[in-house]
Design a protein around this ligand. Structure first.
Ligand code: ADP
Length: 523
């Protein structure tokens, strides 16, 4: 009879570790009892061992379903390196290689077989599954199975009906690092997992320092930050391919070793860029969210988001690619009011059902609220996930560390707000900035805005500075950009109070108190 002592032995012999981490013992025990279970652990928490140890101790072959084929080879290689027989089956194999591996699987050679979810659509593969002794199925990145998850993969979900045909498989494990309460419930019902078989160690990552930067020139910020962190590895996420190309170009032009990655690049280039980044040949990766899932690079010291992500789940997962080695790392979100507009546009264009769109808007709102909260940023996100261990303030995010130094910008705000009012709240930030700058632009004249009392009121500032300050006012909720396709600036109740002189507008001095070891040791 298998027990936890055997598991402890395997932990030491194969992996060289003395103790299980929080959550691992419970999950492994359930697996050894052949009971369905779901493990929710932070990135770097040690999820792999939760299926690897049962896979070694139980008879038969463990089938690991993973949505990411790019990761399978690495996982198989690292198991082989410690003397464990493993293989993977995916669409990158030649026919001959595929047949050969299928043959060896039938022979029972492997302890572990990694497969992509699509494999379960193949009759050939299914018939093999029915013939061999499978110890269990493990669903890695299990949140992809839920349509409430931010990374829903229909191919993952379509395994569920097929499971009826595979009822000889004793049990199933699910593992994930990002799951809201709805997603957890969905996974439980799809994989039939009891409430008391859900092991949630929480998502908290003490070594991540979250920073929020508003109303600053984003390119300037990135260049300054990178200059100070030349020796470090980091990821910069941008929301569009065009923006990735532009930030990447900027970094190359300044002589930094930067890679880039987005779905518009050929597979070959993507693979090369990714491997250069992983091997530290290029220290910075500029990418869309197409990059990163399953990337196991432990020394990523910072993740900068150039713009608002679509929701907290996506943000926490992307930012969480920093600091997998447990060392202090910075997660910086550069926010400007107009970012929201792009995300709304993406939701509109997504082709989702109306019901799903409402859901996405709600999630986006929670992300926007993150940018407005004055409370601890880390606690805000853990609250969002309903984390079982919400331990109060992190002590190192922007909101926990800000000094009270603020600049009174009430006068600038009043100029902008009254200009928006005089332009009948029908135009965007660009034209408003032109009017305040006193530009001779054709459009300004066409609408006779050069006759407004606010025309040229801020001529001592650059158009870019004015635009940025407008975005700050949007970010702080003095202006909204409306729901129409074109972002037109509109005043809020807060703006009315500023115009009446009843409310002052302060801009906080943002200084990034960067994560460093001494800082961390005191926690
Ligand atoms: P994730 O949860 O992100 O999949 P991994 O399974 O890749 O995390 O584990 C992250 C790191 O932690 C790996 O280097 C792994 O070897 C290590 N690890 C896992 N379990 C333990 C343990 N009990 N003691 C020490 N290190 C561990």
């Amino acid at each position: 009879m298998m027990n936890v002592l055997d598991a402890q032995d395997v932990l030491k012999t194969y992996f060289g570790y003395d103790q299980f981490r929080s959550g691992q013992t419970e999950l492994i025990e359930m697996a050894l009892n052949q009971e369905n279970a779901l493990g929710i652990m932070p990135t770097g928490g040690g999820k792999s061992i939760c299926y690897q140890i049962p896979g070694l101790l139980l008879d038969g072959t463990a089938i690991i379903i993973s949505p990411l084929i790019s990761l399978m080879k690495d996982q198989v290689d690292s198991l082989e390196q410690i003397g464990i027989h493993a293989t993977y089956i995916n669409s990158t194999l030649s026919k001959e290689d595929y047949m050969n591996r299928m043959h060896l699987i039938r022979e029972g050679v492997f302890n572990f077989v990694y497969v992509a979810p699509e494999r379960f659509m193949s009759e050939h593969f299914l018939s093999l599954m029915k013939q061999i002794d499978v110890s269990f199925l493990a669903f890695d990145e299990a949140h992809c199975i839920s349509q409430w998850g931010h990374d829903f993969r229909p191919s993952y979900r379509s395994i569920i009906p097929v499971l009826n045909e595979l009822d000889h498989i004793p049990f199933k494990l699910g593992l994930t690092a990002t799951a809201t309460p709805e997603v957890i419930q969905d996974i439980q019902s799809l994989l039939t997992i009891d409430h008391n078989h859900v092991i949630n160690t929480g998502f908290k990552r003490d070594n991540l320092h979250f920073h929020l930067v508003k109303g600053q020139d984003k390119d300037r910020f990135i260049l300054d930050f990178i200059e100070k962190h030349k020796q470090e590895s980091g990821i910069i996420y941008a929301p569009t391919r065009k923006l990735v190309d532009s930030v990447h170009g900027l970094l190359l032009q300044k002589g930094y070793k930067a890679a880039h990655y987005h779905a518009g690049l050929s597979e070959d280039i993507r693979r090369r860029e990714q491997s250069k980044f992983i091997n530290d040949e290029k220290t910075i990766m500029v990418a869309t969210n197409a990059f990163g899932m399953g990337i196991d690079k432990s020394n990523v010291r910072f993740v900068i988001h150039h713009s608002l992500p679509m929701n907290i789940e996506a943000y926490y997962q992307e930012a969480g690619r920093a600091g997998r080695d447990g060392e202090p790392s910075d997660c910086i979100l550069l926010f400007s009011g107009q970012d929201t507009q792009l995300q709304k546009f993406l939701i509109e264009q997504s082709g989702l059902s109306d019901e799903k769109k409402v859901q996405e808007y709600k999630k986006l709102q929670a992300m926007v609220n993150y940018c407005h909260t004055e409370n601890c940023l880390s606690a805000y996100m853990l609250d969002y996930f309903n984390d079982p261990n919400r331990y109060g303030e992190c002590g190192h995010c922007t909101n926990c560390t800000h000094t009270d130094e603020k600049i009174d910008r009430t006068q600038d705000a009043q100029m902008i707000l009254s200009c928006v009012m005089r332009m009948d709240q029908k135009f965007g930030a660009g034209l408003t900035a032109k009017v305040l700058k006193g530009s001779k632009d054709q459009k300004v004249k066409q609408f006779r805005f050069d006759h407004l009392s606010t025309y040229g009121l801020m001529r001592n500032k650059t158009e870019k500075e004015i635009t940025q300050f407008i975005h700050f006012l949007v970010a702080e909720g003095y202006l909204t950009t409306g729901d129409s396709k074109f972002p037109t600036l509109q005043l809020t109740a807060k703006a009315a109070a500023v115009l009446k002189g009843e409310r002052a507008v302060y801009m906080r001095q943002v200084t990034i108190q960067e994560a460093d070891a001494s800082d961390y040791d005191t926690k």
